[in-house]
Design a protein around this ligand. Structure first.
Ligand code: ADP
Length: 260
């Protein structure tokens, strides 16, 4: 609580009365704390790859390493960490654009969702094929929805990419599209590792990972689902998660057809 005490002024003179104002600043404080935590987390997340990159460059320089095999190995680590750094920076930018409510762009377009998803399968084909994971789209066709194209793409890429990342090879990923008069539903299911019940409420937080080393190994930034959540909320939708450890996870997005 913030307290203000002022003496009451009457006819340009202080009177004996005081006025006390109590302001509840709980929300303000918690926003401030969230912002501070976010900056601390961002700095930490950015520092890790930078430290690794610097460390390997120094090792090469100081120890005058010239063995081609060792050099190859070190360069590939440096290149992976630089990639992580650029993914982090671009996810942080996306998130801050979304939080400012500006979104990516101003205009929604009438999208044919089944077509959009087929295009996203194409984008993710290489990583799915690398793990022999099949991707399937089923449900109603065509389904139309007014949505911002870049936001739709980003949301679906993040979910489908996670479904591939957090599954063993040779499993399947399925997207099911359905609709009624009020909303469109998009289900993204995998047969992957699943998420422990105690973590489900937290996976949409920035930088929250169930298994930090697994996420890092898969090239995750910890921001994918925070971005998904923001896109859905900005569009007045909601998202549900059902998951069973060792069996798989289903994300169900509900998007209203009219948003006013
Ligand atoms: P990351 O970049 O680590 O993938 P996300 O924000 O996309 O970050 O996801 C947060 C965490 O939620 C992940 O680290 C992972 O532990 C868990 N997660 C997300 N999607 C799935 C999924 N389909 N199956 C299992 N775990 C998942």
């Amino acid at each position: 609580v913030r307290v203000y005490i002022n003496r009451i002024v009457e006819n340009n003179k202080f009177s004996n009365g005081h006025i006390i104002i109590l302001e509840d600043i709980t929300l303000l404080k918690s926003l401030e704390n969230m912002r501070r935590d976010f900056i601390a987390n961002v700095s930490h997340e950015l520092k890790t790859p930078i430290t690794t990159i610097k460390g390997f460059i120094e090792t090469i320089q100081v120890n005058k390493i010239d063995d081609p095999e060792t050099l190859d190995h070190f360069y590939s680590i440096i290149s992976e960490e630089s990639d992580r750094l650029s993914r982090l920076v671009s996810d942080i930018l996306v998130l801050s654009q979304l939080e400012n409510k500006s979104g990516f762009e101003k205009k929604a377009e009438y999208l044919q969702l089944d077509q959009q998803i087929a295009q996203i399968f194409d984008i993710l084909k290489l990583s799915a094929e690398g793990k022999k994971i099949s991707m399937r789209l089923s449900g109603e066709k065509p389904i139309m929805l007014s949505f911002m194209p870049d936001e739709f793409r980003q949301m679906m890429i993040n979910l489908i990419d996670n479904a591939i990342k957090y599954s063993e090879p040779q499993k399947a990923v399925e997207v099911i599209l359905t609709q009624d008069d009020e909303e469109v539903r998009i289900e993204v299911s995998d047969q992957g590792y699943g998420i422990p019940t105690k973590d489900i409420d937290r996976i949409f937080e920035r930088f929250y990972r169930v298994d930090k080393s697994r996420s890092k190994e898969k090239g995750g930034t910890g921001l994918g689902l925070a971005i998904v959540k923001h896109i859905i909320y900005n569009n007045h939708g909601k998202i549900e998660v059902n998951s069973e450890l060792g069996k798989g996870t289903t994300f169900i997005i509900h998007l209203p057809k009219t948003r006013n």
